[in-house]
Ligand binder design. Sequence first.
Ligand code: ATP
Ligand code: ATP
Ligand code: MG
Ligand code: MG
Lengths: 167, 167, 166, 166
Amino acid sequence: MRIKRIDLCGFKSFCDRMHLDLRQSVTAVVGPNGCGKSNVVDALRWAMGEQSAKHLRGKAMADVIFNGSDSRGPSGMAEISITFENDGNVPPEFLQYNEITVTRRLHRDGTSEYLLNRLPVRLRDVTNLFLGTGVGTRAYSIIEQGRVGLIVSSKPVDRRYFIEEAA
Amino acid sequence: MRIKRIDLCGFKSFCDRMHLDLRQSVTAVVGPNGCGKSNVVDALRWAMGEQSAKHLRGKAMADVIFNGSDSRGPSGMAEISITFENDGNVPPEFLQYNEITVTRRLHRDGTSEYLLNRLPVRLRDVTNLFLGTGVGTRAYSIIEQGRVGLIVSSKPVDRRYFIEEAA
Amino acid sequence: CRKRFKETFDAVNERFQVLFPRLFNGGNARLVLTDESGDGDVLQGGVDIVAQPPGKKLQSLDMMSGGEKALTAVSLIFAMFMVKPTPFCLLDEVDAPLDEANVIRFREIVKDMSDQSQFIVITHNRRTMEIADRLYGVTMEEPGISKLVSVKLGEMDQLKGARKAS
Amino acid sequence: CRKRFKETFDAVNERFQVLFPRLFNGGNARLVLTDESGDGDVLQGGVDIVAQPPGKKLQSLDMMSGGEKALTAVSLIFAMFMVKPTPFCLLDEVDAPLDEANVIRFREIVKDMSDQSQFIVITHNRRTMEIADRLYGVTMEEPGISKLVSVKLGEMDQLKGARKAS
Ligand SMILES: Nc1ncnc2c1ncn2[C@@H]1O[C@H](COP(=O)(O)OP(=O)(O)OP(=O)(O)O)[C@@H](O)[C@H]1O
Ligand SMILES: Nc1ncnc2c1ncn2[C@@H]1O[C@H](COP(=O)(O)OP(=O)(O)OP(=O)(O)O)[C@@H](O)[C@H]1O
Ligand SMILES: [Mg+2]
Ligand SMILES: [Mg+2]
């Protein structure tokens, strides 16, 4: 599954609806400190079903909803959509679609929604889709800021677990 | 006490005798990865009396002695000398000297030597000199590579200890 | 299961032994299975890294410099990636501790791997930016509000994200 | 003793409240004593940091970006340094996570403090190198053997240590 684009709205510092066109082989994301680059990584993780707020640099899941700035009030909902191209490497039930869009929403009141091509589904359907394609399920496919050195400083046993992910 | 210069010989990657002139207000140390910049920091710490190999990125104290390369055999001894200018801010017994040179040596067989202006002294005399001047005794005067973020990520109690050092 | 782990381990090890000297412009490294439980069963053990940057003597990993450790980590992570690629890979400032020569070798490998997988790299380093097919600048003109804008490399400097080191 | 800690804490806090907005070009931050033991005695407690980068809402420290955390740490470390200076200060690549605008504000503060104390900075960043009175290049032409050579900024690039980000 190739990624085509990611849409962000109300997610962390992305108050307004923004998107990245990700069709090319190498996309670089650049900008000053604190402008939101690593938030894009969090957005991808979150849309793929991340359930732990700690892995998104927050204390509670509600921390991913834009919580206001000097000029704006907090958002009522965070929404991320990732659109994939069907390159054949998708679970059978999705072969009929040219594109597959995964959407995740979180409301201030705590309710969550998951959508596949705009149809409501359960979290499990989203994770199954990703498991089937190998996307996002391997720890080495997302290297977070400041963490690249971990595999060198970790204990041999932990390093083994990391390699087992590739098995 | 202002630093005038540091002399390195047989210390880590500094196999040959080398020195830095440190009289100016701001000295920058630059160069490619792995060429020896952080080793200069270790050298300063070590010459000021550091007793823990862990704080010098080693397992045993002998790890500071140059241990050979493709083209050279290991050194028999590591030696660092730091030369200070007497700017008046020195313990009374040193007021008579224009310069104060602290030398530390470690031999392969494990024997250590400490010298002040070329006269053999004990480790305690070296640490007393530094305590008296405030040099090197405060954790915030040496910020090691990769460790600047620690004070932000540490627990409130640990942060307190850090501030107590300034007290 | 143990057989599959051994097969993967061997494949990753083989690739790691090729990548390390490519990234370090010399030297060698390999993975070693360790017997953690003392019963001789290394297939249940841990994985150690033995690495020797070019021209240097074999030493323990913790004697390496900050940049050398990062580059060793990149060699291993990329080795795993090449053995079992994922459709895309996100790298957030992994080039931060590297000097220019190392960044250039790093980005060449990313370029090669991008034939098969998509790469999204977050970086402050212009040498890394140069291999991007598309550059997204993230700005915060309105404080606290992120805005995305597709930019060309020349327009980068106005965003002030690129660290000018020359 | 507690009285001296409180005096130092207040002095550091005061300086921190000036330095943070200077390094962040706005915003505000302060230190707060915490009551760790629950007995109301904050003078035995811990020290918390409350920080708000310019234009952003007050949030916990862990929501900050990598560069923002580093810059907050630098503000606090420099605040302590200004309250109780030491004769010299060694900084090993503390500017690594900072973007160009932040590096420039960082180096200005180092320049100011160098009137009173000596600074030795290890860096890959050219903007930081520009404030040095003297530049030492460390090279390893003979692999594994460090050599020191005093260089001018223009000669830096031949050493390939400077990360060219433009
Ligand atoms: N829920 C939220 N609402 C509003 N802003 C948020 C929220 N969560 C995080 N932020 C803000 O996002 C910013 C962090 O963004 P991010 O980590 O993406 O920065 P970055 O571009 O990666 O910077 P650096 O180059 O320093 O790593 C912080 O300033 C933080 O305050
Ligand atoms: N006892 C020793 N004998 C010989 N070489 C040593 C010894 N101890 C450390 N080294 C070498 O010194 C090098 C590390 O140097 P250092 O940490 O100073 O690099 P650096 O210039 O700070 O690099 P970076 O920019 O990556 O941080 C390593 O390659 C290590 O092998
Ligand atoms: Mg970041
Ligand atoms: Mg270093």
